[in-house]
Design a protein around this ligand. Sequence first.
Ligand code: FPP
Length: 231
Amino acid sequence: MDGNGRWARKQGKARHKGHREGVKAVRATVEVAAERGIGYLTLFAFSSENWRRPEEEVSSLMSLFVEALRREVAELHRNNVRLRFVGALEQLNDGLRKKIAESERMTAGNTGLNLNIAVAYGGRWDIVKAVRSLASKSAAGELHSSDIDEEVFASELQLAGIPDPDLLIRTGGEQRISNFLLWGLAYAELWFTDVLWPEFDKAEFDKALADYVSKQRRYGHTGDQVEATKC
Ligand code: FPP
């Protein structure tokens, strides 16, 4: 969700106003995802590297997350959305951690859109954490190195049990992954748009989805093989 700061600058406003406007785009995006029957939506709200931002911006973002949860969770729950947070949540303040735990608990039984929010998340952090867990299991004699395959490895990641993303959307004009879901994105289709996150709307989301459905996903097969399995 990139481009909040630039959106604010364009309007002659402070950066935090851009993040605040970004919450509206989050709401619209969640609505479209639910309407379109998308099973899983994962939003990158705050990266491991975002801690390097000025203290004032970091603390206003943390307050905004608490406020957004306070305002939106009941509505998400009414709409059968299941909320999950991933990332180094122990790094967050007590107030935010409490709201996160409450909202996860409240929505745990919901069966509609699965909304994952990555906070204090980094793809490399996720991978290193998984390796550490496997190494501990191995040292404890619970696992042999030859038992480790892609499935076992993925079961240690933050989004274990959740299908790999089919589509990555990045707003704000940059064409990079910026340490998002490094493992899971292996076969994702990529959609980059110059639209700044606060201006990301239903029409732009639909453009990304239309591009996605036009792609032939081969996973190493030939195009003919893929066509043959459709018959
Ligand atoms: C990146 O834009 C955006 C962020 C670091 C914060 C994203 C947060 C929100 C959209 C707020 C709401 C989120 C939830 C889940 C309620 P940037 O600040 O790097 O923009 P710039 O590149 O234009 O400076």
